[in-house]
Structures are given as C-alpha cells and as structure tokens.
Design a binder for this molecule. Structure first.
Ligand SMILES: *Cc1c(COP(=O)(O)O)cnc(C)c1O
Length: 389
C-alpha cells in the first residue's frame, strides 16, 4: 500500500512550468522540433567577472563551512548599497536585509511565517503561481485581485471589501510584472503602503524584474513609499538581472519585524547559500562599471522588437513590453488563450504559455519569452507568419 500524501499536496495544482515541460515533451515525442518560448529562463551566461569571483572564493576553505543564517555581512552590505544607489532607499544591513536562496523559496517561507487557516492572502490575477499555492499550503484563503488592462494591470485596492482586508495578512504585488509586463507607479506604491499599514497587512513585493526594462525610466521600488518600512518586504533576485538563475541567490529587504519573521522560518529550514556564491552575488550588486546590465537590457529590447514586429506582421495583436523579457499576444477573435497556445505549438512548433496558466485573469493572452537568441526568434516568427487567423 502506498502512503497517502497530505491533503495539502493532493489539493495543489501541478506547478505551471512542469506542465509546460510536459507539453514540450509530448510535442517532441510526436517528432516536432519545438521552439521553446515558454519558460522565462535566460539563455545567456552569467557575466565572466561574477564567475571569476566565484572561482576565487570557492577555493577558500573558510567558504566550505555553514554560512551565517541571515547571509554574509558582505552580501547584506552590498544589497544595502544597491538599494541606496538604485532607489535611494536606506536599509540597515543587519535588521532590514536578509539573504535568500533565490526569491521563490523566500516568498514561500514568508507565507509560512504569516498565514494560517482563516487568514486571507490577496493575490493578483494573473500572477506567478507561488503566491497562491503557498497561501493554500498554509490553509489560508486566496482572494484574487484582478489586474485589468484598463487599470494599467495594477490591482484596484479600493475594490477590496473592508471585511476581506481585515482578514488579510499578506498582499502580493510584482512589478515589472510577469506575465503582463506592466510597470508600477510611485503613486501606486504609496497607496499600497498606506492601505497595508492601515489594515496591518504585509505588503510583499516581488521585484525579480526590477533591472529588466527599456524605453522607460528605471522602475521604482515599494520601499521608496512612505510607510513601506513599517509594512513592506521586497524580494530581489539575481536570477534575471545577472543571469544567475541557477546560482540560487537573492535578498529580501524591508520592515525589521517582517525580515525577522522570515529569518525565523528560514533558520529552521535551510542553512543558507554557499558562501562563495554570496561573495559572487556581492560582486554583482557592487558592479557599477562593467555595463553588463545595460547590454542585457539592450539585448532584450532588440529581441523584443524582432519578435513583436514579426508577430504583428503575421496579423497578431501584441502588447509591446517596456520591461521583463516577455511579450503578450492577444487571442484572435473566437479563440481562447489555451486555443491560441495549442495552435502555436501544433502548427508553428512555438511553445508559449496561455495567460490562464497564471490565473483566470490571464484569459485573452498568451505569453512568449525572448529568452532565446535572434535566429530562434526569427524562426518562430517565420513559423507563425505562415498561419492565417
Ligand atoms: C523569475 C521570477 C522570479 C525569480 O525567482 P528566483 O527564485 O529568484 O530565481 C520571481 N518572481 C517572478 C515573478 C519571476 O518571474
């Protein structure tokens, strides 16, 4: 007899990206050579100066021991310097910054630190799946905040009923946004901070794409808002800005009591990221001279243009991004998101993600990534160009 899994796990939907992996495997098994524009996993390598910093640190035996639970002092100070330089935010490296294993685990663990049965988690719709899944793992109720195009894909906080807000413990936002590619305004963050302080809600901001923008001002941080250091926490990741997705390193910064709560869960769960990786991450955050991230932004901008121009020429409607490395394609008349994704895969071999994979609010769009080199994107454009809508 097989042991029965917990109700928690039985109720969980399949992780979106594992579903995408299976769709790809099925198509490939059927003999199709799929063009993978589904998962946002950058094809470009980590910059050499960061790899060199890892190499040097990796041979130091002091790095082979357990790192400090809250992260190395070197990386927390580099994170604080980055926040000051980039957003003019002052964060105390000892009490307002903590190192994370990438941001996904830390966002999961923040849920564990705050949510219990009877609580509400306010989650954008559509959104990265981790926020809602972990709220459910904790037995909390997920209340979706629709991201509507006519509101700039920002949640309408005034539409949240007071009786729901009073039960809410966590409110998630993520800008620049995956999957909608929208940016937040400072005015929105100000409103969010005052809403969350008023109701005693943790404002959790996932800033994974804060450095991936083009044709726009650098996106702001929630932590710039008055009051954000009393209710907010922001998750920064090195995965996207420095192509370090496989390294598993990031940091969270914000309100001391919230950082402390997150640290408490993590002390009982993991024992930190390899010290040499933290040294390399500090090198990345302190880099103001290599111009790496500027070149990365230019690369995404060019790729995005190529893909969007091509899809438009093929007769599709595209939302041109100013941030992230995704393009949204509107579903043509009479077709839903899954139908469009299916048609792109079966008839043009292009793997995309239907917006509904991020929640019902993603209906009407599919998401394509530009985490692929220009010849690959050009091939996708040729394939789609042969279809009639
Ligand atoms: C890629 C991504 C992350 C980053 O995850 P890591 O665990 O830091 O690699 C976080 N949030 C969103 C919305 C993402 O798309």
């Amino acid at each position: 007899m097989q042991p029965r899994r917990s109700a928690r796990l039985l109720g969980a939907e399949d992780y979106l990206f594992s579903f995408v992996d299976r769709a790809r495997a099925l198509a490939e098994a059927a003999g199709a050579d799929v063009i993978p524009l589904g998962v946002g996993d950058c094809d470009l390598p980590t910059p050499p100066h960061i790899v060199a910093a890892l190499r040097r640190a990796a041979i130091d035996p002091a790095q082979h021991r357990y790192p400090p639970y809250e992260g190395t002092s070197e990386l927390r100070h580099a994170a604080a310097r980055y926040l000051r330089r980039r957003f003019d935010v002052g964060a105390d490296p000892d009490t307002e910054v903590t190192v994370t294993l990438g941001s996904k685990e830390a966002m999961a663990h923040l849920s564990l630190a705050y949510l219990e049965p009877g609580d509400v988690a306010l989650v954008p719709d559509p959104a990265y799946p981790v926020y809602a899944t972990w709220a459910r793992f904790c037995g909390a109720e997920v209340v979706r905040m629709p991201l509507r195009e006519d509101n700039g894909f920002l949640p309408d906080l005034s539409a949240i009923p007071a009786h729901v807000a009073r039960r809410a413990k966590l409110l998630w936002v993520s800008y620049p946004n995956n999957p909608t590619t929208a940016l937040a305004t400072r005015a929105f963050y100000d409103e969010l901070a005052s809403f969350c302080t008023g109701y005693g809600i943790v404002a959790a901001s996932d800033a994974a794409y804060s450095e991936i923008y083009f044709d726009t001002e650098p996106p702001p941080s929630l932590l710039e808002a008055p009051g954000a250091m009393e209710c907010g926490i922001e998750f920064h990741s090195l995965s996207k800005a420095y192509n370090m997705a496989g390294w598993r390193v990031g940091f969270a910064a914000g309100t001391p009591s919230i950082v402390e709560a997150l640290r408490t869960v993590k002390t009982h769960t993991d024992s930190g990221t390899f010290g040499a990786v933290q040294h390399a991450a500090a090198t990345a955050l302190d880099d103001t001279t290599s111009g790496y991230t500027d070149r990365l932004r230019a690369t995404y901008r060019n790729r995005t243009r190529l893909l969007c121009d091509g899809l438009e020429a093929a007769g599709l409607q595209v939302l041109r991004p100013r941030a992230t490395f995704y393009c949204l394609v509107r579903t043509p008349e009479g077709m839903d998101a899954e139908g469009l994704a299916k048609r792109l895969l079966e008839e043009a071999r292009v793997l995309s993600i239907p917006g509904t994979g991020f929640g019902p609010g993603g209906e009407g769009f599919v998401r394509l990534t530009v985490c692929a080199d220009t010849p690959v994107l050009a091939e996708a454009v040729r394939g789609v160009g042969a279809l009639r809508w």
